[in-house]
Design a protein around this ligand. Structure first.
Ligand code: ZN
Length: 81
């Protein structure tokens, strides 16, 4: 790891991504209190893959965050800043 390089784990896919100092491949979403990588945001642009629903809901419930409405297709929107 280079000096100043920092990695964080994506809440959804669980993979490590660059989170500074020179490269940012994900972001912290304050409203949902979680870190999500840009790859997940891109892959779930049309709605959150239902495989993550249970994990996402458990996280929201444990942090007393209101569950967002699902879209017309029944998907949650992928968290974004
Ligand atoms: Zn991810």
């Amino acid at each position: 790891m280079e000096e100043g390089e920092h990695k964080e784990k994506c809440f959804f896919c669980g993979k490590l991504f660059n989170y500074g100092l020179h490269r940012w491949d994900g972001e912290f979403v304050p409203h949902y209190k979680l870190l999500v990588c840009f790859r997940c945001q891109k892959l779930n642009a049309d709605g959150l893959n239902p495989i993550y629903d249970a994990k996402f809901e458990a996280h929201l419930d444990s942090h007393n965050i209101l569950r967002p409405p699902r879209d017309i297709n029944g998907y949650y929107e992928i968290p974004k800043k």
